[in-house]
Design a protein around this ligand. Structure first.
Ligand SMILES: C[S@@+](CC[C@H](N)C(=O)[O-])C[C@H]1O[C@@H](n2cnc3c(N)ncnc32)[C@H](O)[C@@H]1O
Length: 326
């Protein structure tokens, strides 16, 4: 169903300009204008191709879960991993806005000289780039593979990189509520600020979130699909409504789905054509929840930026969740 509405103010660009001009860092998302709908794009291209077309400083959050040469699938094999990774790390630095954030999923799965991992990425960023490392988040889960020749793995890491120290971070949007008993204790703790205590706890940099089991209802068929909950926490804390999020190893499109639900614009790229089918399944699942929000699916990068700049174009269909149509 095509619904045209050209009456919106251009809040996306306004927010972006405001962030860049004022060097905003710690802001709560409630201070931003919430858009009526957001824009989404999924391209089947090589990541370096899409990165080369993006303007400097144009992206607010880059969220990626790259391949690491683990031979998990045909897409997971690179002869010289770091030579390749350096290219997208450098391009990411160029396209990220000065207040922006980048998060990279990975682990320390050193197995042989060909494998890539977060240690190699951190080493490159530390010694050869201007990236700053803000946090290493440990994603801990209780469900995983068993092992007999080593301790069974129960964690992965996510590194959070920024270009400057004026990065956007909305802690309030991801605070974890205290239990009634802990709240009572925390409110008596003189070292803590009562207003913050009432908002909830800092989730810390160790996150316990279950991995998706084979029979999880979230599953759309991608072998390394990430849980919505972990992507949501990153999107909420490190981007703001109507900002632009980029995931150039988007896989099933978990990032795109969360961005629609959280009112962020999202550019996704995956060289596997199957990613379209996975994303359709994500959208179908989303439509069955009350988190679904209206969005526009652009077909080209030019169209995506045009929609953000001019709001909805003449022929553009806003896809409304069914629950909002009645
Ligand atoms: C670990 S998966 C991402 C999974 C995703 N986070 C999700 O929740 O579904 C990595 C993805 O990178 C894609 N990929 C690998 N090399 C690529 C390249 N050079 N350009 C674009 N995509 C690539 C693969 O097709 C794969 O879907």
């Amino acid at each position: 169903m095509a619904i045209h509405n050209k009456s919106h103010s251009n809040s996306g660009l306004m927010s972006m300009n405001r962030m860049n001009k004022d060097c905003i860092k710690h802001k709560s998302s409630v201070e931003f204008e919430i858009p009526d709908y957001t824009n989404c794009l999924l391209l089947n291209q090589d990541c370096l191709e899409i990165l080369s077309k993006l303007p400097d400083n144009s992206i607010n959050l880059i969220l990626i879960d790259p391949p690491y040469n683990l031979d998990l699938a045909s897409w997971d094999t690179y002869d010289n991993y770091m030579e390749w990774a350096k290219k997208w790390l450098d391009e990411s630095y160029r396209v990220l806005s000065p207040n922006g954030n980048m998060v990279i999923f990975g682990g320390t799965q050193f197995q042989n000289v060909r494998s890539g991992d977060l240690i190699e990425i951190i080493h490159y960023c530390r010694h050869y780039t201007k990236w700053r490392l803000v946090n290493t988040i440990v994603w801990y889960y209780k469900n995983g593979m068993s092992a007999h020749r080593y301790f069974a793995n129960r964690h992965e890491e996510i590194i959070w990189l920024t270009k400057t120290d004026k990065y956007y971070f909305d802690l309030d949007s991801v605070r974890v509520p205290y239990s009634a008993k802990d709240l009572e204790v925390a409110l008596k703790d003189k070292r803590l600020i009562p207003e913050n205590v009432k908002k909830g706890k800092n989730p810390t940099n160790v996150w316990e979130i279950g991995r998706l089991n084979g029979n999880s209802l979230e599953r759309v068929g991608h072998p390394t699909q990430k849980p919505l909950e972990i992507i949501r926490r990153l999107v909420r804390a490190l981007s703001y409504p109507d900002s632009i999020v980029l995931d150039f190893f988007s896989g099933s499109g978990t990032t795109g789905r969360v961005c629609i639900e959280e009112k962020r614009n999202c550019i996704m790229c995956d060289k596997d054509i199957e990613s379209q089918r996975y994303f359709e399944k994500h959208i179908k699942n989303m439509q069955q929840t009350n988190l679904a929000q209206p969005y526009i699916m652009s077909e080209t990068l030019e169209g995506f930026f045009r929609n953000i700049k001019n709001n909805c174009s003449e022929n553009q269909a806003i896809i409304y969740p069914e629950r909002l149509l009645f």
